[in-house]
Design a protein around this ligand. Sequence first.
Ligand SMILES: [Fe+2]
Ligand SMILES: [Fe+2]
Length: 132
Amino acid sequence: MKYGEIERQHKELRGTMERLRLVLGDPNGSQGTDLLAEARSLESSLREHFECEEEDGYLEVVLESQPGWSRRVDRLREQHRAILLELQQLGTLPFDEVPAGLRHALDSVHRHDIEESDLVSEAVTVELGAAD
Ligand SMILES: [Fe+2]
Ligand SMILES: [Fe+2]
């Protein structure tokens, strides 16, 4: 599994999201920025990242050590779909609602990120505990 690659993507995505939050928080910052173009670029990075996680076994590793956690893993996969859809739908919003919509999408990604890293590290902790 390309664990290192997935972690590299996580780091890069966090950097991108931090930059977008700064733009959104700056009253003049979002004027010069094409937020929809930013959203499309974030969407394509996330699409690639989610595919990596789903196809490369990043989430399956959790199930190998904790088969009973399949609902938690399913929920993460559902969040992948929902986040991509949320970003796509920004293009259908009235122009002045795009910043709030993007902020909401960034919150969704952030919550997913926390839930996912908690799940992966919990699975590793339980496995290490069992190996003692
Ligand atoms: Fe994910
Ligand atoms: Fe992720």
